[in-house]
Ligand binder design. Structure first.
Ligand SMILES: [Fe+2]
Length: 95
């Protein structure tokens, strides 16, 4: 619920802006959800391994891999966005 609320707040704030920072904030919100899912699938997979439910382990491993792939794709998008976006000057360079 907290992640969804935070995402909705970032979407609402981003509607007022058209800069890369707003897009990066959205990507960050999406990645927080992916990390939450990765954590949950990892825990469930570990429990299934402990219980020796190999079919469940296989399914959870597949879901975990999909979430990790989504996170990597979001990383790629954010890095390419950062490379072309006008970023604020670093503090030590601004002085
Ligand atoms: Fe996901």
């Amino acid at each position: 619920m907290g992640l969804v609320e935070e995402g909705q707040q970032i979407i609402a704030e981003g509607e007022k802006k058209e800069d890369a920072a707003a897009d990066l904030a959205l990507i960050g919100a999406a990645q927080r959800v992916e990390h939450y899912e990765i954590s949950a699938y990892t825990t469930a997979k570990n429990l299934a391994q402990q219980l020796r439910h190999s079919a469940v382990v296989a399914l959870l491993s597949k879901s975990l891999a999909e979430e990790e792939n989504s996170d990597q794709l979001l990383n790629q998008v954010s890095r390419s966005l950062m490379s072309v976006a006008r970023m604020p000057t670093a503090l030590e360079q601004a002085e």
